[in-house]
Ligand binder design. Structure first.
Ligand code: SF4
Ligand code: SF4
Length: 473
């Protein structure tokens, strides 16, 4: 079946030409109220993004994703592998939140919050405008031969891009290995940490590749979030949209003519200036409707508003609007889907808060040594051997740690033979023996409750099994 004429734009991507080659986008420099506010939001988020690995709350890094050592801090709240369930619930909440948000506000996240858009549009692109000039100058520069001006501008741009990519790679690494560790590596001998240096070089090259060359292709080809649009957006979703009812009128869009009453002759308000297209960083025509490539950057809203203002027509021909509000003039309403997602979100947040309150600062496990049976000693004493682990999630050392049996009479003997310290944000492990008089056993496998003490203070209790002879069952 042949594609209808007005749907042909869907058969191609604006950034790939007919021969299948990359078609470089030279977007016009945006300006306007949305761009201004987006810049403010971006600068604020950039400050947070770049400083988060170096901010501490209660001694904990604000955000840390140390996958190798399995340590995670979210908003200064440390998560250990033992808190994995909390991390999973947080991730589920994150996914539900994104779905709910996308259902209501479309890809507003892409335009205002996504680090890829922020770095590309607010850092790298701005440097490009500063060095190469606006769209027209950039096109001219790309076409001109490699003369002194082009070499100077290109080399300057590439060096600055590389330095910024290096900074981003360092910050990215700080999220992975910790801000303090990174600083100690930077101030130390780089050859002492060759593997980190290699990782840093790889990250720098990846960021350079993304921001200097791959650019909008990340959003169009690589980003899974963009793909979700098809299932999440509906006619009630608010998106950056062209008001085709107003723009096309009865006789369609048409060039502007001075002193012409467009409404009277049936022409729409779109003056077909194509400024919304030349300003678009993904090179699409928003007048074709919502498209996968649109990152809701709002540049076309600002540009169209400029044009409307200059020809004396009302602004807002391109604006944040839902399909229903354009086609049927239906105002935004909370529908069943939004209510359903909100309810699920609230329940999940409630579960997460409950779990956080129930979470202990100290976790202790005592497990029987695998493959070991009990030992029968003199005076009817039965002995089991265990490995123990105590995790300290706080930012202070826990001193004089010892164990006491709470449920049975008996003794606990540490192999080290003395109380121990559990370092802050660390763990202590070792081996211990539990000895009980056989008469104290209720069966061949008793459950023991054991208290973990710091000095005289009970800080945690744990349960373990104790094996005894079958005849005592
Ligand atoms: S269509 Fe408009 S909002 Fe979408 S990416 Fe292009 S300029 Fe940005
Ligand atoms: S900027 Fe506005 S008036 Fe110009 S082509 Fe785009 S929608 Fe039409």
């Amino acid at each position: 079946m042949e594609t209808p004429e007005n749907e042909k734009f869907r058969d191609s991507i604006g950034t790939i030409d007919k021969s299948g080659k990359r078609s470089w986008v030279f977007p016009k420099k945006p300006s306007g109220i949305f761009y201004k506010y987006r810049s403010y939001v971006s600068y604020f988020l950039l400050i947070i993004l770049l400083s988060a690995p170096f901010i501490k709350i209660n001694g904990n890094q604000f955000l840390l994703f140390n996958v190798l050592e399995r340590k995670f801090n979210i908003f200064g709240f440390p998560f250990w592998p033992q808190d994995f369930h909390l991390l999973v619930v947080s991730l589920i909440i994150g996914v539900v939140f994104i779905i709910l948000f996308t259902v209501v506000f479309g890809r507003i996240f892409c335009g205002w919050i996504c680090p890829q858009t922020i770095f590309l549009e607010m850092v790298f692109r701005k440097i490009e405008y500063w060095i190469d000039g606006d769209r027209g100058k950039q096109i001219r520069l790309s076409k001109q031969p490699w003369n002194a001006e082009k070499i100077r501008k290109r080399v300057l741009k590439w060096i600055i891009f590389f330095i910024i990519s290096f900074v981003i790679a360092n910050v990215f690494l700080a999220y992975l290995i910790g801000g303090d560790t990174l600083i100690s590596y930077i101030t130390g001998d780089p050859l002492d940490n060759v593997s980190t240096l290699i990782s840093l070089t790889i990250f720098t090259c990846v960021f350079y590749f993304i921001f200097a060359w791959f650019r909008e292709q990340v959003c169009i080809i690589a980003c899974p979030y963009g793909r979700l649009q098809g299932v999440l957006l509906d006619n009630k979703t608010i998106n950056v949209a062209y008001d085709y009812v107003r723009g096309e009128g009865e006789k369609g869009r048409a060039k502007f003519r001075k002193n012409e009453d467009r409404a009277e002759v049936g022409k729409g308000d779109c003056i077909d200036c194509k400024q919304c297209v030349v300003v678009c960083p993904t090179n699409i025509d928003i007048r074709n409707g919502t498209q996968l490539e649109c990152v809701n950057c709002t540049a076309c809203i600002d540009e169209c508003d400029h044009m409307m203002e200059s020809v004396g027509l009302p602004k807002g021909l391109i604006r944040y609007a839902s399909e229903d509000s354009i086609a049927k003039k239906i105002p935004f309403k909370l529908n069943a889907r939004i209510k359903g997602y909100s309810a699920v979100l609230l329940i999940l947040i409630g579960i997460l808060i409950g779990m956080l309150f129930l979470r202990n600062d100290v976790e202790a496990t005592i497990l029987r040594l695998p493959g070991q049976l009990y030992q029968h000693k003199d005076n009817n004493i039965i002995s089991n051997v265990y490995t123990f682990k105590v995790i300290n999630k706080t930012t202070k050392d826990i001193n004089d740690v010892s164990y006491k049996l709470l449920s049975h009479k008996g003794t606990i003997k540490l192999v080290s033979n003395h109380d121990f310290i559990v370092p802050k944000q660390g763990l202590a492990e070792g081996t211990l023996f539990i000895e009980l008089n056989a008469s104290a056993l209720k069966g061949d496998k008793d459950k023991l409750e054991i208290g973990v003490y710091s000095g005289d203070k009970l800080i945690e209790t744990t349960i373990t099994n104790f094996l005894g002879p079958r005849s005592y069952k």
